[in-house]
Design a protein around this ligand. Sequence first.
Ligand SMILES: CC(C)(COP(=O)(O)OP(=O)(O)OC[C@H]1O[C@@H](n2cnc3c(N)ncnc32)[C@H](O)[C@@H]1O)[C@@H](O)C(=O)NCCC(=O)NCCS
Ligand SMILES: Nc1ncnc2c1ncn2[C@@H]1O[C@H](COP(=O)(O)OP(=O)(O)OP(=O)(O)O)[C@@H](O)[C@H]1O
Length: 258
Amino acid sequence: MFIVGVTGGIATGKSTLCAVFRENGIPVIDADAAARKVVEPGRRAWHRIKKEFGDAVFYDDGQLNREALGEIIFDSVEKRRKLNEITHQEIYGEMLWAAVRCFFQGKYTSHQFIVMDLPLLFESGTMLDFLHKIIVVTCEEDLQLQRLMERNSMSEAKAKKRISAQMSLERKCEQAHFVVENSGTIQDTREQVHTCAVISHTKDTSGLMNRIHSGHHVVSQKYRMRCNIHPPAGQGNRAHNKSPSSIHTYGQELKIRR
Ligand SMILES: CC(C)(COP(=O)(O)OP(=O)(O)OC[C@H]1O[C@@H](n2cnc3c(N)ncnc32)[C@H](O)[C@@H]1O)[C@@H](O)C(=O)NCCC(=O)NCCS
Ligand SMILES: Nc1ncnc2c1ncn2[C@@H]1O[C@H](COP(=O)(O)OP(=O)(O)OP(=O)(O)O)[C@@H](O)[C@H]1O
């Protein structure tokens, strides 16, 4: 079994993409869900948040007031760093246990891999060593802002703050094995997932392994024109140790330095 990481910017479409994997029977382990679990009343992170941020970020029944905590941490790099320090190890621990459970329950057997939805994969770096391949979901920046504002009923100023709390989409794309461009319809996005063979070869294990090892990529033409794709040299982890390869994009070939 191996793990494929899905990352991207806030509201670029990670959950939308992961829903496609789920529909195809591929287990998805979600960092945002794990993050909710580790702050349940009485958990270690819950106690530490109480100590660090006080009662103002909790409701009377002890549940975390996510909105109040969000206001604080997206306004201050230092507070955000503190919250990350409290929660991240717990979140990733929870996710790795979920992967172990998948393994022992044989849930991966027809696909050979599971997916992890990791919004802060590159910012945190913690999970890079566990990933076999990385998919970055991106979209046009104005669409990202608009989708975030609509989904969260959020003002433009707040949405911009959240976006700027993360690494730029461009830098994330530079470090991906696959880039899925989600500026079009959800159907366009689905097609890219199937093209990148992560799903279509799931039943044919050898095919999947070959495709994944040979590094076929999906990058939309629109995206390529906007962004210069040049993954960094090996960074000492499995996900980044890639051999020279090329990308086939809508009939064209794009050479990639690795
Ligand atoms: C601050 C909190 C309470 C706000 O909750 P809220 O319900 O408004 O947002 P939600 O949890 O659904 O997160 C939505 C998105 O915000 C972004 N985000 C969340 N936390 C952070 C962070 N610390 N830094 C940058 N972006 C973040 C991610 O893209 C995430 O997918 C919550 O995001 C949280 O507990 N964050 C710390 C844990 C964390 O880093 N989670 C991200 C996955 S590891
Ligand atoms: N191709 C698309 N067309 C139209 N709307 C979309 C598309 N993809 C995603 N959306 C919408 O944009 C919003 C953000 O998408 P989604 O929740 O999948 O992003 P995310 O990256 O998982 O967000 P987060 O970082 O907050 O977890 C949602 O309301 C979703 O329904």
